[in-house]
Design a protein around this ligand. Structure first.
Ligand SMILES: Cc1cc2nc3c(=O)[nH]c(=O)nc-3n(C[C@H](O)[C@H](O)[C@H](O)COP(=O)(O)O)c2cc1C
Length: 338
């Protein structure tokens, strides 16, 4: 049997050497609060490239300073960030992985000094700040910031861009009727709630012709919220708008009870892949090679995104290969120990 996890995957003229993706994970490690990449980022991401991950997606990287989740977030809001990000993308690629970056705005989930922004002035919970309802001018400026971020990601040499539309951050806040109570053209119908993301995709595509992923939260887990069938509809729109892959996560738009278990988000990826006919990535409590292989062989996703398993084991690809009876090439320097 051919092992699908280690088959190359081509997407919009970029070929990944296998189907293993390092899921974006905030490191909150910009201790100078300037959004600049530093030794931690170089070491952390490069280790997983040496570990033979096919695609490494750098953590949520803020398109504006007030779009950070915390003051320690990585940033891409100024030209000064390009140098460090160029070094980071280069180090990842030097080891045969492709380099991706997640561009993000935290919206009402920003835990920062000063004003924070959201589609509507509703706080996440009683402990969080009440955001300012964005004016149309704020919306246009933020859309432009995503475009500038994409331009900088291109300059830095990234192979893939992922727009963060999940986990209750700004884009997700526009999509969900729970967080978006606007009465203008950015709120109300699903088409209107999708408008902000549509404009962000358009602005990114104006400067970026490489593979474009969008991460979504395919289930709000709330009665009045969005569920996977709404996301099938939006995935069709994203496909029309030029998105190449939907990275399917769930939850966190508003407090909700979620029961998690191995592969709990896989059915959402499978549904979107089948019904919207667009490639998907699956993420969430995928921990073993066997589990990953099942998802791929049964066409439930095209790529496997791993987060915590890769924190525990930077050599997860090797561990998975061993369990699947497959041999992967070590880095030359490690041949004697592989
Ligand atoms: C330390 C940490 C930081 C994270 N930061 C991000 C992030 O920047 N962007 C994002 O979309 N998801 C983020 N996540 C979510 C992961 O990408 C992933 O979706 C989630 O952990 C479930 O996958 P897992 O079970 O393989 O860990 C983070 C998760 C962890 C553990």
């Amino acid at each position: 049997m051919a092992v699908k996890l280690f088959e190359p995957y081509e997407i919009n003229n970029v070929t990944l050497k296998n189907r293993i993706v390092m899921s974006p994970m905030c490191m909150y490690s910009c201790h100078n609060e300037d959004g600049m990449a530093n030794d931690w980022h170089y070491t952390h991401y490069t280790s997983r490239a040496v570990g033979q991950v096919g695609l490494i997606i750098v953590e949520a990287t803020a398109v504006t300073p007030q779009g950070r989740i915390s003051p320690q977030d990585l940033g891409i809001w100024s030209d000064e960030h390009v140098e460090g990000l160029t070094k980071l993308a280069g180090m990842i690629k030097a080891h045969g992985a492709k380099a991706g970056i997640q561009i993000a705005h935290a919206g009402r989930k920003a835990e920062l000094e000063g004003e924070i922004l959201a589609p509507s002035a509703i706080p996440f919970n009683e402990k969080m700040k009440t955001p300012k309802e964005m004016s149309v001018h704020d919306i246009k400026e933020t859309v432009k910031a995503f475009g500038k971020a994409a331009e900088r990601a291109k300059q830095a040499g990234f192979d893939i861009i992922e727009i963060h539309g999940a986990h209750g951050y700004l884009i997700n806040e526009f999509l969900s009727p729970i967080t978006n109570h606007r009465s203008d053209e950015y709120g109300g119908t699903m088409e209107n709630r999708y408008r902000f993301l549509k404009e962000v995709i358009g602005e990114v595509k104006a400067v970026w012709d490489g593979p474009l992923f969008v991460r979504v939260s395919a289930n709000d887990y709330l009665e009045e919220g969005l569920d996977p069938s709404h996301y099938v509809m939006m995935a069709k729109w994203m496909k029309e708008d030029g998105v190449h892959l939907i990275d399917v996560s769930s939850g966190a738009v508003a407090p909700a009870k979620i029961s998690t278990y191995p592969g709990y988000q896989v059915p959402f990826s499978e549904k979107i892949k089948r019904e919207a006919e667009i490639p998907t990535g699956s993420v969430g409590l995928i921990t073993t090679g066997i589990q990953a292989e099942e998802i791929l062989q049964n066409n439930r996703a095209d790529l496997i995104f791993l987060a915590r398993a890769l924190l525990r084991d930077p050599y997860w690809p090797r561990t998975a290969a061993e369990k699947l009876g497959y041999e992967i090439e070590p880095p030359v320097q490690y041949q004697r120990g592989w």
